[in-house]
Design a protein around this ligand. Structure first.
Ligand code: F0G
Length: 447
């Protein structure tokens, strides 16, 4: 099956189109771009996707990203012609995206939900240890299609780890820009291990991203989530959830908020499936901020100037966003959370994020660093691994169940976005007997 794709401005009143052979992350009007596919897709594809779970030696069937290749086929290759697509699709030997929702009984009890109604999808099981691999595989596919020799990104650590890993495997140079001293050592060490070129930027992630966006304006290939081809891969996180539930959407999908790449990609996946008639129900999204980096929470809930920021059919109140950022600058307010992955004050995908929450009747909430730490520990007690930012979804579900916004008979899926790469976090937490899930090591006295 071949599909025609294009890039298109996300703002309906503009909708300017671009050829996918272009290297750009912005419309001429300055707004973000979507990948648009021509035609409708038959739900019969679900059977093919499922059948590929027996990969029969094909790594693109093993891959939980490329298994759904018809729905992310921006490259216009015949999805049934292995000899053709194997030359262009980028995969870490089929290892990415092999995740699905799991019941975690102790976490369910902790959030006060019946075990069969709450699920968590551990994206940390991806080869580089986070959900990023879903998107880097498609982003790098586009880069390779353009013959790019170097890809760049700004990162709080997981994007850079994933890009560095894939780039090393594909023989492309990875250059990464990280906020100096503000990323977990386990993430930085991955960039070293995969021999990326590393630049440390004074400031925070938002500053590092500014550097990268400027380089992009001068022709560099950007692998951050402003790259719409990357987001196509992240849609498969939703496909795997839906496939697990036989394409019957849950009531809620809950995830941490950083640059809002996931919120954007998840929303696009749901909007497309709804348009094609694959799903009738629309799951509600919960976007979760760290309380110390709560730009979106504040703006969405009208806590800045009493004006809730909304998608508003694409007529987003740009002035309100700029005025909030000016206020942050003036008051010298910097995002500050120990969940460094989501220590982001200016989410670049804010408009796509608003569109997703608009379509899904979504909500934005915030959780404290402490609540996220407890979340990491309870996930660990189930034998799973997640980092502090990922545990935002555990804390948020607990809070929303308590507030009776999530009902106990609702079906909920939380996305555990990444594996724990900050070893010291959990060692300190478990060693401190004041913590709820403390488990300090005991001294063994030899007799
Ligand atoms: N969870 C983890 C583990 C992350 O690494 C990130 C983002 C997010 C959540 C937020 O996701 O941007 O889609 O809203 N990490 C980026 C990075 C910024 O550089 O690794 P988002």
């Amino acid at each position: 099956m071949k599909v025609k794709a294009r890039m298109q401005c996300i703002i309906p009143s503009c909708s300017k189109r671009y050829n996918i052979n272009e290297m750009r992350t912005q419309c001429d009007c300055g707004n973000l771009l979507d990948i648009k596919y021509e035609g409708n897709f038959s739900k019969k594809l679900c059977e093919i996707f499922y059948d590929r779970r027996n990969p029969r030696g094909n790594i693109f069937n093993e891959s939980g990203v490329w298994r759904f290749r018809e729905l992310i086929n921006f490259i216009n290759e015949d999805s049934e012609d292995y000899d053709e697509y194997c030359k262009v699709f980028v995969s870490f030997d089929g290892a990415e995206g092999r995740t699905r929702p799991y019941e975690m009984i102790k976490v369910a009890k902790y959030v006060d939900m019946p075990p069969g109604n709450v699920f968590f999808q551990p994206e940390g099981l991806n080869p580089s240890g986070s959900f990023k691999d879903n998107g880097i595989s498609t982003g790098l596919t586009h880069a390779k299609m353009l013959g790019v020799k170097e890809a760049i990104c700004a990162s709080t650590g997981n994007t850079s780890a994933s890009l560095a890993m894939y780039a090393a495997n594909e023989g492309i140079k990875a250059t990464i820009y990280v906020p100096k001293g503000k990323i977990a050592p386990g993430k930085l060490s991955q960039a070293f291990q995969f021999s990326a070129d590393i630049f440390q930027v004074e400031g925070n992630f938002d500053d590092a991203l500014q550097v990268v966006l400027e380089k992009g304006a001068h022709g560099a290939y950007i692998m951050n989530s402003v790259n719409p081809f990357r987001l196509e891969g992240q849609k498969t996180i939703i496909y795997r959830i839906l496939e697990y539930f036989d394409w019957e959407p849950p009531d809620w999908i809950v995830f941490p908020r950083g640059n809002m790449g996931n919120c954007s990609a998840f929303g696009k996946a749901i909007m497309e499936l709804y348009k094609w008639g694959w799903i009738k129900k629309i799951p509600r999204f919960v976007s979760v901020d760290a309380a110390g980096a709560n730009t979106f929470f504040k703006m969405y809930n009208g806590l800045y100037r009493d004006k809730p920021l909304r998608w508003n059919g694409g007529e987003v109140n740009d002035k309100l966003i700029h005025s909030y950022y000016e206020y942050l600058d003036k008051e010298r307010i910097k995002p500050k959370t120990s969940a460094t992955a989501i220590q982001i004050g200016r989410p670049v995908n804010i408009k796509k994020g608003l569109r997703s929450l608009d379509f899904t009747d979504g909500i934005s909430t915030q959780v404290t660093d402490k609540e996220m730490e407890d979340g990491v520990a309870i996930v660990g007690s189930n034998g799973f691994d997640c980092e502090q930012a990922s545990a935002a979804c555990v804390a948020a579900i607990k809070q929303l169940v308590k507030d009776e916004i999530i009902r106990k008979d609702d079906k909920v899926v939380g996305i555990l976005t990444g594996r724990l790469k900050d070893a010291q976090m959990i060692v300190s937490y478990r060693s401190n007997s004041k913590n709820q899930f403390a488990n300090p090591p005991k001294t063994y006295k030899r007799t």
